[in-house]
Write a protein that binds this ligand. Structure first.
Ligand code: ASP
Ligand code: MG
Length: 467
């Protein structure tokens, strides 16, 4: 088979971890053609983002401190990951080249005291630029031929939407099939740094946080891979968060559509656009653990087998959410009110996670991330209170609970089962939303009620017995 194996940052969080990744790749490469995609070493992207913040705060000494830590860590990893001294020397040389460029960039930005969106992408792309070499040389150390390439080198061409770019698939396909095709023909294992590409002018771009998943599916689509494996620190997709539900089970098979809902609801964080490149080619994806390779994890397929089409497959929760209630009698009947509310929030860069309004139009409820709550409520008060809205009420500690499964579509009685599960725990449901896809029924409860309701739903739908 032709496989794309993507390793997350926690799978690369120490020299031992990296050697383990190399061993896994080597063992699967015996019977398969493999392309590796890797994230940055755990915590590196956060460190690079910290550097950018410190530059803007003009804290020059702190910038140097964090930068030196990043460099020291990668050199230490290089020294401890590779045993063969000739290979180690080459790795350190390559690292030094990248490190010099990184230092020069940081020096320039520190002088300017500002980081534009374009510079930020260039800066944060270094996490993967450094990690792809660690993995590639670790493979060489165990006698596997391997080459490291970053997103630009492999041929990922994107638009110039820095921080949230999208690939230009036609150009990307031509370039990637050339670069990777010739390496695979020579039995060389390519290790591609995820997260980044370059626009048509050669500027480095990134896909947004978690973007290495997206790199992996872009590549899988371009080389017509048979499967793509997202290897991380979870066993796969689960019926519920095992921290909330003790008898949560691993799901063997889910559809693309279900996985997208689950990813958005945080069961396992997957970059939201990860599935886009797969729709057309219908490539199956496995979500599995680096730390337990015997476990084959969850397979995500375009059309799951009939046996796995259950009404409800998963109960997930997003905790620590803020609720804003806007009320004001008949004022809401005025056209344009919703537009005003959303524009006000958009101007403050606040994303609304869920919204509901009643037909009498006397109130609107909105959910936002907890850190955005004060900012959002203040902006709404400033712009709307007294005119469009008479009252703005804020509740800081709520949870969204979502019940997910494609079999819910058109099935009668799911909602009544869901709410009777909440009722059994004597819990008040604050707000309800179901999209027209009917893949996902979501409702809001007080955070202190969350755990009990999730467990009660898991019991109600007998998810511990799921096959
Ligand atoms: N290193 C990037 C991040 O932390 C991309 C990734 O890991 O997928 O967001
Ligand atoms: Mg590199």
């Amino acid at each position: 088979m032709r496989l794309v194996l993507k390793f997350g940052g926690t799978s690369l969080s120490s020299p031992n971890h990296i050697r383990n990744v190399a061993k896994i790749v080597a063992s699967f490469s015996k019977d398969n053609e493999i392309v590796v995609v890797c994230s940055a070493v755990d915590g590196t992207t956060d460190d690079l983002l910290t550097i950018s913040r410190l530059i803007e705060q003009k804290k020059k000494d702190d910038v140097t401190k964090v930068l030196n830590n990043v460099i020291k860590k990668h050199k230490q990893f290089a020294n401890q990951t590779v045993k063969n001294s000739a290979i180690k020397k080459q790795l350190l040389q390559k690292l030094n080249t990248d490190v010099s460029e990184l230092k020069e960039l940081v020096r320039g930005l520190t002088l300017l005291k500002e980081v534009s969106a374009r510079s930020l992408d260039y800066l944060i792309s270094f996490g993967e630029r450094l990690s792809d070499d660690l993995v590639s040389f670790a493979l060489q150390d165990i006698k596997k031929k391997s080459t490291a390439l970053n997103g630009k080198e492999v041929g990922i061409v994107t638009d110039s939407n820095f921080g949230e770019s999208r690939p230009l698939m036609d150009t990307t396909r031509i370039r990637i099939s050339k670069t990777l095709g010739s390496l695979l023909a020579k039995k060389i294992i390519p290790v591609v740094g995820g997260f980044a590409g370059a626009d048509q002018h050669g500027n480095i771009t990134t896909f947004g946080r978690g973007g290495s998943d997206y790199t992996a599916t872009i590549i899988a689509s371009c080389i017509n891979a048979d499967e793509i494996w997202l290897m991380s620190d979870v066993d796969g997709l689960m019926t519920a968060d095992p921290k909330l539900v003790k008898n949560a089970k691993l799901l063997k098979e889910v559809s693309y559509a279900e996985a997208i809902e689950m990813a958005q609801f945080g069961a396992k964080q997957i970059h939201p656009r990860t599935f886009e490149p797969l729709f057309h080619k219908k490539i199956p994806m496995r979500i599995r653990s680096t730390f337990d390779v015997k476990n084959i994890g969850t397979i995500v397929t375009p059309s799951p087998s009939a046996a796995t089409k259950k009404t409800v497959k998963c109960v997930s929760a997003i905790r620590n959410i803020g609720l804003i209630d806007l009320s004001g009698g008949i004022m809401f009947a005025a056209p344009g009110t919703a537009a005003k509310i959303f524009t006000t929030l958009a101007e403050k860069n606040v994303n609304v996670m869920m919204v509901s309004s009643n037909p009498s139009e006397s109130s609107v409820s909105l959910l936002v991330k907890r850190p955005d709550l004060e900012k959002a409520a203040n902006a709404l008060e400033m712009n709307l209170l007294g005119q469009t809205v008479k009252k703005v009420d804020v509740t800081p500690g709520v949870s969204i609970i979502a019940v997910i499964g494609s079999g819910m579509r058109g099935t009668v009685g799911v909602a009544s089962k869901v709410f009777s599960a909440a009722q059994k725990k004597n819990v008040n449901v604050i707000m309800i939303a179901q999209g027209s896809s009917e893949l996902n029924l979501a409702f809001v409860v007080k955070d202190s009620d969350c755990k009990a309701v999730v467990q009660s739903l898991h019991d109600e739908f007998k998810l511990d017995k799921i096959r």
